[in-house]
Design a protein around this ligand. Structure first.
Ligand code: DOR
Ligand code: ZN
Ligand code: ZN
Length: 417
């Protein structure tokens, strides 16, 4: 594939127009005015048949080409809860949302807390996922620290508060062992429990990834700990905690907008945006947690779908000048790749995979229940209009989404450094 005239954002939020040649799924060359005939000569036998094989996309105009989003926090529900979502439907929703890699959470049925369950998930994803995938292993309160894999997972996820699934880990000895045995612990920790997680990491851990920071209070804990120069901790925020407040939990949204952590006040939301621009936040994770509408309405159920909304909402924030495109790329692609040690993804660079998204910051998008691809069939942002349309999603050099259409393909499992 040869992408001509790609507008690529540079670190200082300027841009360059480049051509990108992708061969065997990876970016082989980035240059000015790459001549397609030269590539054909270099790469293929110059018979007419082979010349046709070089797919050429010309992006001349104002569209940007950005690295594909790496979503470090999704609940694909597969296996066990596939009436809500599965790896096929969830990955299609990712393709539409510009997410070229997702990392799945362990609170499925069975939970991803032993090697068999992990392998089963890998097998399922290898035949169902359109985009690239990886997995978090789950820590258990019965202490599975002995079988925490040293390779092939992004982290050990530990629920330190109650949430969907029965995965709460609260025994001191067990937490200690899990932190000791993991290269990275990702935590669901809320409020003062964030502090507790930091203390365990300080004493026994190596790296800590704090999921879905949602309040001023949590930000203060993080600021304090970073000042004290403790071990490195990484922080994530979700789009829903940036774009919704507790005031939205009313009327038809009374039951729908329930999640863990719950939505907070406008002051918390403002503090989160400030923290993003101050560099306190490292990633955006969607915390895609689909439940059917009927389930949401029946009884209090925590979680909302996110993979289709995440990049559009953030692109709209770029259009409005709330953050720069460079910052978005850092939060949504570069940092997730670096933090979890993902090999050759997260940047537009020679030798990296052709995981790319074409976006038009001047084009309007609408988020709607009726166009939702997630099996849950709804979005918390029904009717939301913004600027920053996802035109095309490319995974390992293959187009998986283009102009509102899915093109079936199969993703790969990510590798770790
Ligand atoms: O709201 C949530 N839903 N928070 C979580 O931590 C889990 C998630 C789910 O899996 O439904
Ligand atoms: Zn969580
Ligand atoms: Zn989650």
């Amino acid at each position: 594939m040869l992408i001509k005239n790609a507008r690529i954002n540079t670190i200082d939020n300027k841009y360059e127009i480049k051509d990108i040649y992708i061969k065997d799924g990876k970016i082989a060359e980035i240059g000015f005015d790459i001549n397609s005939l030269n590539i054909i000569k270099k790469t293929f036998l110059t018979s007419d048949k082979n010349i046709k094989k070089l797919e050429i996309i010309d992006l001349k105009g104002k569209k940007y080409l950005i690295p594909g989003v790496i979503d470090p926090h999704v609940h694909m529900r597969d296996p066990g809860l596939i009436h809500k979502e599965d790896l096929y439907t969830g990955s299609r929703a990712c393709a539409k949302g510009g997410i070229t890699t997702f990392i799945d959470m362990p609170n499925t049925i069975p939970t991803t807390t032993d090697l068999n369950a992990l392998q089963d998930k890998k097998n399922l994803a290898s035949i169902k996922s359109l985009v690239n995938y990886g997995f978090h292993f789950g820590g258990t309160n019965t202490d599975n620290s002995d079988i925490i894999p040293s390779k092939g997972v992004a982290s050990t996820k530990v629920f330190m508060n109650i949430s969907t699934g029965k995965m709460l880990v609260e025994k001191d000895e067990v937490l200690k062992n899990i932190f000791l045995k993991s290269k990275m612990v990702s935590v669901h920790a809320e409020g003062e429990i964030v502090e507790k997680a930091i203390v365990y990491n300080e004493k026994y851990g190596k790296n800590l990834y704090i999921c879905h920071i949602s309040s001023k209070k949590e930000l203060n804990i993080i600021r304090k700990s970073r000042k004290k120069n403790l071990k490195k901790i990484y922080t994530e925020v979700t789009p829903h905690h940036l774009f919704l407040t507790e005031n939205d939990i009313k009327g038809k949204n009374k039951m729908l907008l329930r999640m863990k952590p719950e939505l907070k006040t406008i002051h918390d939301v403002e503090a989160l945006w400030k923290a993003i621009n101050d560099g306190i936040i490292d990633t955006i994770g969607s915390d895609h947690a689909p439940h059917l509408l009927s389930e949401k309405l029946e009884k209090v159920t925590f979680g909302i779908p996110g993979v289709e909304n995440s990049l559009p909402l953030m692109l709209n924030a770029v259009s409005k000048g709330k953050i720069t495109l460079s910052k978005l790329i850092e939060l949504m692609s570069k940092n997730p790749s670096k933090i979890f040690g993902i090999k050759d993804r997260g940047e537009i660079k020679e030798g990296y995979y052709g995981d790319l998204v074409v976006v038009d910051l001047e084009k309007k998008f609408t988020l709607e229940n009726k166009t939702t691809l997630s099996k849950c069939g709804w979005t918390p942002f029904d009717g939301y209009i913004g600027y920053g349309k996802i035109e095309t999603t490319i995974v390992n050099g293959n187009i998986v989404y283009n102009k509102d259409q899915i093109i079936e393909n199969i993703g790969s499992e990510i590798e770790y450094e």
